[in-house]
Design a protein around this ligand. Structure first.
Ligand SMILES: Nc1ncnc2c1ncn2[C@@H]1O[C@H](COP(=O)(O)OP(=O)(O)OP(=O)(O)O)[C@@H](O)[C@H]1O
Ligand SMILES: [Mg+2]
Length: 448
C-alpha cells in the first residue's frame, strides 16, 4: 500500500490546556517576576549568584496589580528587544541553538506564555528597550493575543505592532478577560496576603539587595534569615563545586527548639524551620521538612516538632540553568540529579547534628537554655565560613564513653572518598570519621 501520513499536529487548545494545567497561579506570577529579574541581572552583567555577595538591585522595581477584572505586571528591567521578540521570546520552548543567558533562571522558554494563558483571554505585552547608542534606539512595541481568536486560527504567530514607549525601559503585561477561577482568587484578600508572604520569602535576598516589589501599590518587605551565634553555637557555612555547579550551604540554629513533645502540635502557624533550596537564586523549596530534603529519608528522622528551630539554606548555581536540579515548574527538585544526591547526603548530616543536639538537650534543658540565651542573631548570609556546626556541650547530660579508632588506607582511595563526600580537600581524619558515620547510618540507623 502507498505510504500515507497521518496528521499528528497538536490542537492549540490541547496544547494550551496542557502547559497551563499543572501550574499554580502564584507560581505563574513568580515566573513573570523571574523574567524581570533575569532582565535586571543581564543589565548588571550577569553576576554569579552567591549566598554572601550582595548584588545591587536598587535601581529595579517590579509592580504587580490585580483586581477581579485585570492583572498587570510592570518592570523597569530593560525590556525585550524587537529582534528577540520576533525571533525568540514568544516561541513556545527554546530552540536548541538558543543558549540561556549566564546564571539566568529562565531555561525552558515557556514561562511567560504559560503564565499569560493561565490568567486570561485578552493579553497585551508591551516592551521598551533602552537605547544602547544615540540614534540606535529600539522601537517600542506591543504583542496582542486574543486567545479565543488565536485558538480558532491556523497560525501560531502573534501580532506585533509599534506602541507608545513605557515610562522606563522594561516590560508591561496586562491581562483582561480573566478566567473565572483566577478572577475569584484575585478578589480574595487571603490570596493577596499569601502572595505577599511568598514574595517576601522567595525574593528575600533580592529585596535585601535593593529590589522593590510592589503588590497593589504596597512594598513587599524582605523575610529575614537570621541565625544564632555565640562561642558555643556556630552555624555551618561551606561550599563545594562539581561539574560546573557551585553548591553553597549555610545551616544552623534559627530559634530555640520547641519544648513540646507532641507530634500533633503544629505550633505557630508559619513554621520557618527546615531547608530552603535555591537554584540560581530562585527559591525552589522553602521551609521544607519532607523527604526531599532528607527528613524521613529511608524512614529515618522524620520531621518532628522537637526539631523546630533549625534552618538550612542551600544555593545551587550554574552558568547554564539547565544543569541545575530543577523541574520545569521550578517549584520542585529533581531528586535523581547527581549533584542533588551528593548535596542531600551533606544536608542529612547537617540535619543529623541538629537532631542529636535536640536529643542531648532534653536531659540538660536548663543548662542548654542558659547557654542558648547568650547567643545573638546575625543575618545568615554574613556568618563566617565554618566546616562544622557547633552546638552547646552540655556537661549535665550523661556522656557516652568514646573510643579512638586508627587505621591506614591507600591515599588514592581516601581521596576518592573525599571526592564522593563532596569536599575533595577534606582531611584524611575527616574522611575516616565520615565513612564511619555513613556506615553506622546505613547499617544501624538512628543516632550515635
Ligand atoms: N520582563 C522581561 N524583561 C526582559 N526580558 C523578558 C521579560 N519577560 C520575558 N523576557 C524575554 O522573553 C523570553 C521568554 O520568556 P519565558 O519566560 O517564556 O522563557 P524563559 O524565561 O526563557 O524560560 P522559562 O520557561 O524557564 O521561564 C526570556 O528569555 C526573555 O528573553
Ligand atoms: Mg521565564
Amino acid at each position: 500500500m502507498e505510504v500515507k501520513k497521518v496528521n499528528a499536529d497538536p490542537t492549540k487548545a490541547f496544547f494550551v490546556h496542557t502547559i497551563t494545567r499543572d501550574i499554580k497561579l502564584e507560581d505563574c506570577i513568580l515566573d513573570l517576576i523571574d523574567n524581570s529579574l533575569d532582565g535586571a541581572r543581564d543589565l548588571l552583567g550577569s553576576p554569579e549568584p552567591s549566598l554572601e555577595r550582595a548584588i545591587n538591585f536598587s535601581k529595579y522595581e517590579v509592580a504587580i496589580e490585580f483586581s477581579e477584572e485585570q492583572f498587570l505586571i510592570r518592570d523597569n528591567c530593560g525590556g525585550i528587544s524587537l529582534d528577540d521578540a520576533i525571533n525568540y521570546a514568544f516561541t513556545f520552548g527554546r530552540r536548541e541553538a538558543d543558549d540561556p543567558d549566564a546564571y539566568s533562571i529562565g531555561v525552558y522558554g515557556i514561562g511567560m506564555k504559560r503564565s499569560v494563558f493561565k490568567l486570561g483571554d485578552d493579553i497585551v505585552i508591551r516592551s521598551t528597550r533602552p537605547q544602547p547608542k544615540k540614534g540606535a534606539g529600539e522601537e517600542p512595541f506591543k504583542v496582542t493575543i486574543d486567545v479565543p481568536g488565536w485558538l480558532r486560527s491556523n497560525v501560531w504567530d502573534f501580532d506585533l505592532d509599534s506602541a507608545e514607549p513605557l515610562s522606563a525601559p522594561g516590560v508591561e503585561i496586562v491581562v483582561k478577560s480573566l478566567r473565572e477561577n483566577i478572577s475569584a482568587e484575585f478578589s480574595n484578600p487571603a490570596f493577596e496576603n499569601r502572595l505577599r508572604r511568598i514574595l517576601s520569602r522567595d525574593y528575600s535576598r533580592f529585596i535585601e539587595y535593593g529590589l522593590t516589589i510592589r503588590v497593589n501599590g504596597k512594598k513587599v518587605k524582605a523575610f529575614e534569615f537570621n541565625l544564632l551565634i555565640s562561642d558555643a553555637i556556630k552555624p555551618f557555612h561551606g561550599e563545594f563545586t562539581l561539574k560546573g555547579v557551585r553548591v553553597q550551604i549555610i545551616a544552623g540554629m534559627a530559634a530555640r527548639p520547641s519544648d513540646t513533645q507532641d507530634p500533633d502540635d503544629e505550633g505557630e502557624k508559619e513554621d520557618r524551620s527546615g531547608w530552603y533550596v535555591l537554584c540560581n537564586d530562585r527559591m525552589v523549596l522553602a521551609a521544607d521538612k519532607s523527604e526531599l530534603t532528607g527528613w524521613g529519608y529511608e524512614q529515618k528522622n522524620r520531621w518532628h516538632p522537637q526539631y523546630r528551630g533549625f534552618i538550612g539554606i542551600i544555593l545551587f548555581s550554574a552558568q547554564r540553568a539547565d544543569q541545575l536540579p530543577l523541574t520545569t515548574t521550578k517549584r520542585n527538585i529533581d531528586r535523581d540529579h547527581e549533584i542533588y544526591k551528593l548535596a542531600l547526603a551533606r544536608m542529612i548530616e547537617l540535619t543529623r547534628d541538629w537532631i542529636d543536639y535536640t536529643n542531648r538537650r532534653k536531659s540538660a534543658l536548663d543548662e542548654a537554655k542558659s547557654i542558648e540565651r547568650t547567643a545573638v542573631y546575625v543575618p545568615a548570609f554574613t556568618t563566617p565560613t565554618n566546616k562544622q556546626q557547633v552546638y552547646p556541650r552540655l556537661t549535665s547530660a550523661p556522656r557516652a564513653q568514646d573510643v579512638t579508632i586508627q587505621y591506614s588506607k591507600p591515599l588514592r582511595v581516601v581521596r576518592e572518598l573525599a571526592q564522593r563526600f563532596g569536599e575533595p580537600g577534606m582531611s584524611a581524619r575527616e574522611v575516616g570519621s565520615k565513612s564511619f558515620d555513613y556506615a553506622h547510618r546505613e547499617l544501624v540507623g538512628g543516632g550515635d
